[in-house]
Design a binder for this molecule. Structure first.
Ligand code: PMP
Length: 444
């Protein structure tokens, strides 16, 4: 029996958290490691469209998509059908033992939707971190070099190698070292915080100068970069920055690896964020939005690079799990059939428009930026321009208490990011933004 449709309205049935969530939180504290935190104090019961409903019947407007995962919406109809069909056929054989068509079909689709018309190959994994690690393995195998360059404010994951590549210490790295070696950090292009005269080209020269002086151009296996930084604060580099870095990589035999774990799969209004910059990466990492909530990640890249790894060198028990592959094919179908790239651009225009209007009368909003439906507001102390993390926290808490799921990010925690599912209605987005604006007023 299908569930009745989830009412697409914000609704608070109880004080937050309600009694069932309180009880579950008590059980969580007794059973789950304290190291695993939660943004919201409520437990989910259902989610789709633009709404998450909790176990007490409260309905929240979703501006987070489970950290940029449910881009097509949670339990999107085509995903549900495809996964149901697959779960009845088989749940697992291990692609490395008895391969199946779904994995190959996802690789074919990734070759089609990723930038560049060169021959490509893909390998599938489970998480974003795992795929980033594998991109580094592949880059090292192909180039015969060790060094990996990541950037200020970067986030690439929580495994040992990706912790080393992630910039921010709390909460991601503190106490968890020693970290993997041969990871170097270069300065990012951060237009809001860079001096005005530092355009994309100059910012790239600044990074390249550091790399050449401190790492050595002939030592670099890969430069790994998020084309719009996610956890680091939705930092959109200045135009020309990514292209200049990619050019430098080509000239110096290093690989340009785009970590599109957060930016990928239609989120920014194009299939991938590098499309905005006309950059064709050597390797592209996708995850999160790729499979509508099922765990799947991918490294897609030039055939000669991907095929340079010895047979058996890449893999894992669950990588490219058949349920996740069925979901990914349905996600791609949904993005195309429902015109979701266009929808991401529309939602982005609404978000940026609304936030910029707020900014005109509120100098605490230092910057509004983003691409497509990946938008953020950076809060500052207007007198000094210094990051105001307390304000971002207060606004987010106000929204949470009124039934809007918002997420913060940024090296200083002073950014609120907006990542609605592309299945959200205009009305719900509008209502959520009104509550965010009220939260800003209340925090004066
Ligand atoms: N790279 C980027 C850009 C991310 O945003 C994330 C997750 N926030 C990761 C890698 C790690 O992905 P996962 O949490 O699936 O390991």
């Amino acid at each position: 029996m299908p569930l009745p449709p989830l009412d697409q309205t914000r609704y608070l049935a109880t004080a937050l958290p309600g009694s069932r969530s309180l009880e579950l939180m008590r059980r969580k504290q007794a059973a789950v490691s304290a190291g695993v935190g939660t943004t919201m104090p409520v437990f989910a019961a259902r989610a789709n469209g633009g709404i998450v409903e909790d176990v007490d019947g409260n309905r929240f407007i979703d501006l987070g998509s489970g950290i940029a995962v449910t881009t097509v919406g949670s339990s999107a109809p085509r995903v549900v059908d495809a996964v149901n069909r697959q779960v009845e056929a088989f749940t697992h054989t291990c692609f490395m033992v008895t391969p199946y068509e779904g994995y190959v079909a996802v690789a074919e689709q990734l070759a089609r939707v990723t930038p560049g018309d060169h021959e490509k190959r893909t390998a599938l994994f489970n998480s974003g971190s795992e795929a980033v690690e594998n991109a580094v393995k592949i880059a090292r195998a192909y180039t015969g070099r060790d060094a990996v360059v990541a950037f200020d404010h970067a986030y690439h994951g929580r495994t040992n190698l990706t912790m080393a590549m992630t910039a921010k210490t709390m909460p991601y790295k503190s106490g968890f070292g020693p970290f993997a070696g041969e990871v170097y950090r270069a300065p990012m292009s951060y237009p809001f915080r860079d001096a005005d005269e530092i355009d994309g080209k100059l910012a790239a020269e600044r990074a390249i100068a550091m790399i050449e002086a401190q790492v050595g151009a002939d030592q670099v296996a890969a430069l790994v970069i998020e084309p719009v930084q996610g956890e680091g604060g939705f930092i959109v580099p200045a135009p020309g920055f990514l292209a200049a870095l990619a050019e430098w990589c080509t000239a110096n035999g290093a690989l340009f690896v785009a970590d599109e774990v957060q930016t990928g799969f239609g989120r920014t209004g194009t299939w991938f964020a590098v499309d905005h910059d006309g950059v064709v990466p050597d390797l592209l990492v996708s995850a999160k939005g790729i499979a509508g909530g099922l765990p799947l990640s991918a490294v897609t890249g030039r055939a000669e690079i991907m095929d340079s790894v010895h047979t058996g060198g890449l893999g894992g028990t669950y990588g490219g799990n058949p349920l996740a592959c069925a979901a990914a094919l349905a996600v791609i179908d949904t993005i195309e059939a429902d015109g979701l790239l266009e929808r991401a651009r529309q939602l982005g225009e609404t978000l940026v428009g609304r936030l910029r209007r707020l900014q005109q009368s509120d100098p605490r909003i230092g910057d509004v930026r983003g691409r497509g439906a990946m938008v953020a507001a950076e809060f500052v102390d207007p007198a000094t321009g210094k990051p105001d993390g307390a304000l971002a926290k207060a606004v987010a808490a106000y929204a949470h208490a009124r039934g809007v799921i918002t997420l913060t990010c940024g090296t200083w925690g002073n950014v609120i990011r907006f990542l609605p599912p592309l299945s959200i209605s205009d009305e719900l987005l509008d209502e959520a933004l009104t509550i965010v604006a009220e939260g800003l007023e209340q925090a004066r």
